[in-house]
Design a protein around this ligand. Sequence first.
Ligand SMILES: Nc1ncnc2c1ncn2[C@@H]1O[C@H](COP(=O)(O)OP(=O)(O)OP(=O)(O)O)[C@@H](O)[C@H]1O
Ligand SMILES: [Mg+2]
Length: 453
Amino acid sequence: MSELDKIDSFASAMLEAASIDELLWTIAINIGEILQFDDCVIYLEEDGVLKQKAAYGIKNAEYGELFNEITIEFGNGIVGAVAKSGVAEIVPNTADDERYIWDEFSGKSELTVPITYEGRTIAVIDTESPYVNGYSEKDKQRLQVIANIAAPRIASAQYCRRLQKAQIELKESNLQLQFTISQLKRNQESLIHSEKMASVGLMVAGIAHEINNPLSFSLSNLTVMKDYYQSIKKMNEEILALDGLPDDVKSIVQLNDYDNIIADMKCIVNETTDGMIRIKNIVADLCGYVRTKDTQKKEYDLNDSVGVAVNLLRGEMNGHCQVDLNLAAIPSLYGNGGKINQVLMNILNNAIQASPNGGMIKVSTYVDSENANIDISDEGTGIMADNICDIFTPFYTTKPVGEGTGLGLFICYKIIKEEHEGDINVVSSNKNGTTFRVTLPLPTCHHVSLKVG
Ligand SMILES: Nc1ncnc2c1ncn2[C@@H]1O[C@H](COP(=O)(O)OP(=O)(O)OP(=O)(O)O)[C@@H](O)[C@H]1O
Ligand SMILES: [Mg+2]
């Protein structure tokens, strides 16, 4: 193959190189073969220094593998000097040039040519000979021609690589951004939710307070009415029992269905009283929650609270479902143990009501680095995804009238989130039942000193 043919096939090989590394190895090998040099090393400018990237001859064992990836500063040694000046150099005898850096492959003469693009050194070709005066001016010119042919190709490969790197970085920062946005969204949603719950709580507490007075006098009026009813009944019975009561008086009483009215009146008063008492209990729950807000906090044992709640609800569970306790050692927590019992009872009660016959309710406690946690899982039919966001809202219930007030979880939410700086979450699917997780912060030095003081 003539030298021109070799240069032509070299130019084609450069075009075919898929990556900058492949390109540099192609250049090194072709220079060695076309110019019949014993060795040839290519340095590429990266981050302001020259890095050895490809080699031909004794300085590389195999294609793609370098013995020693040398890095040279601009201005250092002969390679660095040529990179800095942008002018090719022949060193006829390396022993006479103090810039020469000796190594195990040191040659006796050296030819170094810069690869420049748009006035900047982007790479350097360096070749060494085992002979003094191993290179001619013609060798220098031929190597410089090859360097000039390779320059735009190396520059475009470098550009492509930078572009790819930038693309990858952009993709990564995009992902990061998406993650941050979704986290922000979640934070915003939970903030809005907390705000909503706080204002709903205030409103509900206000309403409960307002209902309390009319409710009290309505109930006391009903009690008075019961007495009046007894008196009227007694009075009528006495009148009807009178000797010599005129028949027309007796027939008026019978005509107006006196017996049924009296019986019905009793029912109406009793039912109304029951209804009022139910309202009173709801209001008491709400007011109780508001009133007890300022009760003192102290150390309590979460596992004890679980025990209390389970024991109180044993009757509800009897024969219907079972409970499996898995309690880990938990350090004493700081808060209102009574209210935590109330929370556990509400959640457990819901679990019992949701459980199928023979179902198992699993209660487990455990700690992580910052919190004590309690999971309560049932095997019920779960909560529909669309309804999950409503369950902490006051008066939201799916239970029949008279069975649920829809206040249980609302009160739990308030106690855990607002009074204990904890968290309450639910995981539920229509197949695998429901798990409520209550998270309570482990006590800090502040709490301990409060307790000691
Ligand atoms: N473990 C559970 N499985 C399925 N649904 C549940 C569960 N816990 C709560 N729910 C749903 O959340 C709703 C609200 O619960 P919450 O405890 O606040 O009120 P409730 O149980 O209906 O009434 P109450 O005020 O008597 O507790 C329930 O009506 C029910 O639809
Ligand atoms: Mg409930």
